[in-house]
Ligand binder design. Structure first.
Ligand code: LMR
Length: 399
């Protein structure tokens, strides 16, 4: 049976996570996988979620099936979170999904049923798993350049230039906020320019929002989705609760569709239900149930928002401290962009050899494209980290 299978190519981020776990050095530092960490390097369960879980255990009376699309109140709360409480819900539907990745996959499957010949455009660079995940849904992929390494910003002219060559009906994946891996987000003006091209070329927006609340704030980070909802006739959104509710391993997310009208939204939701039923049948309940409590219970909702905000503020502070340290150590302003970027990630201009040296000689783990997880920056020893990075760069530039 299995003799014809090719050797599997490991996922860069997950392989690094395994390597880090196996490393026995006590001074090791993980700047790899995108998981929030506190000042002690831990990823605790959020307090609001702990309380919601206790409440759930005390009150839940059955573990009977919910539905392929999960809990309706959870889905409604997710629509409010992403689209805003004033959104026109008559033409928006959501299905609870197996994390943000599960949402990406079922939405891709849904669109492939409807538009099998469309190409799907993904930013270059992007989250590495976008490529195999969307490819596995059967789509032909195309890339649009996204990032200007010289400014540390999204390269809006290059984005527009590239998307202008897309064919009518093509699908464009847009990171809702906190672009992974660059941390370079689109301004309101950039979003509007992209929407202009999408309207002109009749392109379809597919938003991946996995870090809402980690950039500028819960409402602010939804700006792109909300502009799209205002100006585009239809769209889909994959939302993740892994980071902003801290439920990584529980796999909680939502696959959201906005149709041109109520009938089309209902039709899309019907097909989405079929896609889910024919795949994993129904999503797991526990994490989404706890999230539903946190999103709908007044006191727990306030507590969750405060916790999330303090995580965000901590990351903003770490960005500034690290960028200042790099400015001092490198005697240049070439790392100032780190303080300007959003969310959990930024990219350092490191070669693969420099990344290997940092891992082998200093036990510092950075993803192969130079991506660092800002939340993993060591609060008490950022100067030492900046020294190590700048020394490795200087040594390799000399040799
Ligand atoms: C990341 O980008 O590190 C996270 O989204 C985790 C993952 O699944 O890759």
């Amino acid at each position: 049976m299995f003799e014809a299978l090719p050797d599997a190519k490991p996922d860069a981020i997950l392989a690094l996570m395994q390597e880090f776990r196996a490393d026995t050095r006590t001074n090791k530092l993980d700047l790899g996988v995108g998981v929030y960490k506190d000042g002690e390097g831990k990823t605790p369960v959020m307090k609001a979620i702990k309380s919601a879980e206790s409440k759930l255990i005390d009150t839940q009376e059955t573990k009977a099936y919910v539905a392929p699309t999960g809990s309706a109140p959870f889905c409604s709360a997710m629509i409010d979170l992403v689209f805003g409480a004033d959104a026109d819900k008559t033409r928006i539907r959501a299905a609870q999904s197996v994390g943000g990745s599960g949402a990406l996959r079922v939405l891709a499957d849904l669109m492939r049923r409807s538009r099998p010949d469309a190409k799907i455009w993904v930013s270059d660079p992007s989250w590495p798993n976008h490529i195999p995940l969307l490819g596995a849904a059967g789509f032909e992929l195309a890339r649009y350049p996204y990032y200007d390494v010289n400014t540390g910003k999204a390269d809006i002219d290059a984005i527009i230039g590239s998307l202008s060559t897309a064919a009518s009906g093509d699908i464009v994946v847009l990171h809702g906020c906190c672009h992974n891996p660059t941390g370079a987000d689109l301004s309101q003006d950039d979003w509007n320019k992209i929407i202009d091209v999408m309207l002109e070329k009749e392109l379809f927006p597919f938003v991946d929002i996995a870090y809402q609340g980690f950039g500028k704030g819960l409402e602010e980070d939804a700006m792109g989705v909300r502009l799209l909802a205002e100006r585009m006739p239809e769209l889909v959104v994959a939302a993740s609760c892994s980071k902003n509710v801290g439920l990584y391993r529980e796999r909680v997310g939502a696959a959201i569709v906005m149709g041109r009208n109520e009938a089309e939204a209902t039709r899309a939701f019907g097909s989405l239900t079929t896609v889910i039923r024919s795949n994993y049948s129904m999503p797991p309940d526990h994490g989404a149930n706890a999230t539903e409590i946190v999103l709908t219970d007044g006191a727990l909702n306030t507590q969750w928002r405060e916790e999330l905000e303090s995580m965000r503020v901590r990351m903003v502070g770490l960005r500034k401290t690290f960028s200042d340290a790099m400015r001092k150590r490198s005697n240049s302003d070439r790392f100032d962009y780190i303080a300007e970027q959003n969310g959990m990630f930024s990219r350092l201009p490191l070669t693969p050899a420099q990344i290997d040296t940092l891992r082998n000689d200093h036990a510092i783990y950075i993803v192969g494209d130079g991506r660092i997880n800002v939340a993993g920056l060591p609060e008490g020893s950022i100067d030492e980290l900046a020294d190590a990075i700048c020394n490795v760069i200087a040594e390799s530039e000399q040799s």
